[in-house]
Design a protein. Structure first.
Ligand code: SME
Length: 160
């Protein structure tokens, strides 16, 4: 079996457990970062960026602000529409980037990152943040990883 194959059903079940009985997003997102960092192979950064409008409880989002994560120190603010994270938030679309050096405007927080996947999170029909996973390997993330991370994000959306 490919060492990279992730048991996404198991991961999703654990994410559901973090969400059940917990009404605050901060501890759940923190534990999901830890879980994904522990479970996924060949990954150097896992975490969340949260819309500034959510943190301020209203208005339109103009920036993503660093949330819970595992990995090296990262940039704190990402303008909406910039980098892989800001572009995924603006387009409201999962972005799977096989080679970050080919992505115009990619923001290099950790110079070791080669590929990246960013999944938007929603509340009330709006993007309220993103789940971001980086890898030091090219083309680390497959369609199954995308489906698994999107399923985890959908579970987390119950927190808002
Ligand atoms: N690479 C991201 C920035 C966040 S870090 O990877 C943690 C981007 O281009 O938006």
């Amino acid at each position: 079996m490919d060492a990279r194959v992730t048991d996404w059903n198991m991961v999703e079940r654990q994410v559901r457990e973090f969400v059940q009985g917990e009404t605050r997003w901060l501890p759940a997102l923190s534990n999901v970062s830890a879980l994904l960092a522990e479970t996924l192979t060949d990954v150097n950064w896992v975490g969340f960026y949260v819309a500034d409008a959510l943190l301020a409880s209203g208005g339109s989002a103009t920036e993503l602000v660093l949330g819970p994560f595992q990995g090296k120190v990262a940039c704190v603010r990402i303008p909406w529409g910039r980098g892989v994270c800001g572009t995924a938030a603006e387009r409201d679309q999962t972005l799977r980037v096989d080679n970050v050096h080919n992505f115009p405007g990619h923001i290099a927080c950790d110079s070791a990152s080669r590929s990246e996947i960013v999944v938007p999170l929603h509340a009330n029909g709006r993007v309220i943040g993103v789940l971001d996973v980086d890898s030091p390997c090219l083309a680390r993330f497959c369609e199954e990883d995308q489906r698994g991370l999107e399923a985890c994000a959908a579970v987390l959306e119950a927190l808002w």
